[in-house]
Every structure is written in C-alpha cells, then in structure tokens.
Write a protein that binds this ligand. Sequence first.
Ligand code: MN
Length: 129
Amino acid sequence: MANKRILLVEDNEDNSKLVRFLLERAGYDILEARNGQRGLEMARSEMPDMILMDLSLPEVDGWTAARELKADPLTRNIPTFALTAHTLPGDRSRALESGFDGYLSKPINVHNFASAIAECLKAYKKPLD
Ligand code: MN
C-alpha cells in the first residue's frame, strides 16, 4: 500500500524539519508549503490524505485557508488539522469553527507525534454531504 501523503503548511523551517523527520520516520510522505496561499494551491493539485496547518502563516492565514478548504467540494473531505502554539482558551474552538477537523498543539511532543497523527486519521469522519 502506498504511503499516506501529508501536506504540511508551516512557515517556520525548524518546525517543518522536525515534523518531516518524525513523520517520514513513521512512514508518511510529506509535502510542504510555506504559506497559506501555496498550501491551498497544493491541497488542490496534490489532494493529500491529510493537511497539517500552522495558523499564523503569511499570505493567507490558517483560519482563512481552512475555511476555503472546507468550502470547496474538491478539498472539503481532506482531514485538516491545525498545528499551532495558539493554545489560549478559545483558540481551539476558533480553529474548529474555521473548519479544522482537529487541533494539535505546539511544541510538538516528539515521542507521540506520529501516533497522534495516526489517531487523527483514524478518528476522522467524512462530513455527510
Ligand atoms: Mn507560523
């Protein structure tokens, strides 16, 4: 079976490297975008199995990008998770209201990150059309 492909939308290069390292080691293929606009373009052209998206992003921020992904019939069924240090009360609900299917907080826990991703994929339920 082909590896699952995850699109990582993250403007911080160190975070990207860490996520790529942890997820490639766990058998995922990683695609990367450095800003929200590019993330939207790549979501549409690559149709990844999952999107992991930072919230504070240049060009188009993560909340806006999630809204666009979920408004588009082509991309709305791609599991899309926020990956962010915005962990104040209210941030989680704001992310979910924007259309994210879930939320992973930074800093990343290197010991369980890959299994957390697997759990997210397993728990994801396609929206009913
Ligand atoms: Mn950022």
